[in-house]
Design a protein around this ligand. Structure first.
Ligand SMILES: CC(C)(COP(=O)(O)OP(=O)(O)OC[C@H]1O[C@@H](n2cnc3c(N)ncnc32)[C@H](O)[C@@H]1OP(=O)(O)O)[C@@H](O)C(=O)NCCC(=O)NCCS
Length: 177
C-alpha cells in the first residue's frame, strides 16, 4: 500500500459531512506585476479545497480529473482576505463533482464572489485505480438543485469525452485533418 490508507466504507454521506473552507491573506508572493492575485495561485487553493472535500466524502486518496466552469468574476488584490469554500454537488460511481467558491472578504465582513469552479475529482484505491465512492444524501432544496445541475454537467462532459475520443480515432486512422 502506498501514500496513506485506503478504506472502502460506502456508507452514504451528507453534503455537510465534507464541506471545507480555507482562508488566505493575499501576500506579495501571490500577486502579479500590477498587484492583482495571480490566477494560477487561486487555482492551486481551489484544487486543494476540492481535494479535501473529496477526501472527506470518499475516505480515499483522490486526483483531480477535470476543472469545469472556472470563472474569474472579479479581481482580488494584495492584502485582501480570500475565503474559499467547497461542497459536494454530485457523485458518479468513482467520481465526485465539487463546487468551490472563492470570495474576497472586506474588513466589515462582507463577501464578494470572485470565482466559482466545478472540479471532477476521482477516488483512487491502493493501486491508484478509480474506486467506488459513497452515495450523496441530499437534505435541502439547494442540495437537490446542485445535484440536478451536476448530473447535467456530467452528461455533457461524457458526451464531450466521447467526441474527443472519436476525433482521436479518426486522426489515428486517417491522419490529421
Ligand atoms: C482521473 C483518472 C484516474 C481516470 O482514470 P480512467 O482510467 O480514465 O478511469 P475511468 O475511465 O474508469 O474513469 C473514472 C471516473 O473518472 C471520470 N473521468 C475520467 N476522466 C474524466 C474527465 N476528463 N472529465 C470528467 N470525468 C472524468 C469518469 O467519468 C469516471 O467517473 P464515474 O466512475 O463516476 O462514472 C486518470 O485519468 C488520471 O489519473 N488522470 C491524471 C489525473 C492527475 O494527475 N491530476 C492531477 C493534475 S495534473
Amino acid at each position: 500500500m502506498k501514500w496513506g490508507f485506503f478504506m472502502a466504507d460506502l456508507t452514504p454521506k451528507h453534503v455537510s459531512d465534507s464541506m471545507t473552507s480555507q482562508v488566505q491573506i493575499i501576500m506579495p508572493e501571490h500577486i502579479n506585476g500590477y498587484h492583482r492575485l495571480f490566477g494560477g495561485q487561486l487555482v492551486e487553493w481551489i484544487d486543494v479545497v476540492a481535494g479535501v472535500v473529496a477526501r472527506r466524502h470518499s475516505n480515499c486518496n483522490v486526483t483531480t480529473a477535470f476543472i469545469d466552469h472556472l470563472h474569474f468574476k472579479a479581481p482580488a488584490y494584495a492584502n485582501d482576505t480570500v475565503v474559499i469554500k467547497g461542497r459536494m454537488t454530485y457523485v458518479g460511481r468513482t467520481s465526485m463533482e465539487v463546487r468551490v467558491d472563492a470570495f474576497v472578504e472586506s474588513l466589515d465582513g462582507k463577501r464578494e464572489l470572485v470565482n466559482r469552479a466545478y472540479l471532477v475529482v476521482v477516488a483512487l484505491d491502493e493501486n491508484e485505480r478509480p474506486v467506488e465512492v459513497p452515495k450523496l444524501i441530499l437534505d435541502t432544496p439547494e442540495d437537490e438543485a446542485e445535484w440536478e445541475a451536476g448530473r447535467r454537467r456530467s452528461l455533457l462532459r461524457k458526451q464531450r469525452r466521447e467526441e474527443e475520443k472519436a476525433l482521436l480515432r479518426q486522426i489515428e486512422e486517417h491522419g490529421a485533418v
